[in-house]
Design a protein around this ligand. Structure first.
Ligand code: ZN
Length: 127
């Protein structure tokens, strides 16, 4: 797994990884870290440290010094090239929106009925 993909997966699972000098520290919900994930973190530690200390772009994975655009520093210590920020923000908003859509809600037939009849309901209430 690529370091960026691993970091995105960890973040999506509520696992917060930080660089503390040459070491990684993390906060994770109970049961979120399994042995396979821990081994992946161990194998990719140098790459993860470069992402988490802000020397590698969190979006494109290229060194921050390689591009001449201003850097954007994020609260977790990671960085983005200025030109990567829009794509990063769009991805973040899309992920948050998907989390807001529960699959059990969208599979609820009652919701489909309400959706299908929304125009009729609006006409009814606007009388
Ligand atoms: Zn970038």
């Amino acid at each position: 797994m690529a370091p960026l993909d691993l970091l995105r997966r960890l973040t999506a699972n509520g696992i917060e990884l930080r660089a503390r000098g040459a070491e990684l520290s993390f906060k994770a919900p109970a049961g979120a870290l399994d042995a396979v994930t821990v081994e992946s973190i161990r194998q990719l530690k140098p790459d993860l440290l470069r992402l988490l200390d802000g020397s590698t772009c969190r979006w494109c994975g290229l060194p921050m010094a390689r591009r001449g655009t201003p850097a954007v520093s994020l609260a977790d210590g990671t960085s983005l090239h200025g030109e990567c920020r829009t794509d990063f923000d769009i991805d973040r908003i899309e992920r948050a929106a998907k989390r807001g859509l529960s699959s059990t809600l969208t599979a609820d037939p009652a919701e489909v009925v309400v959706r299908g009849e929304l125009d009729a309901i609006e006409r009814e209430f606007s009388r």
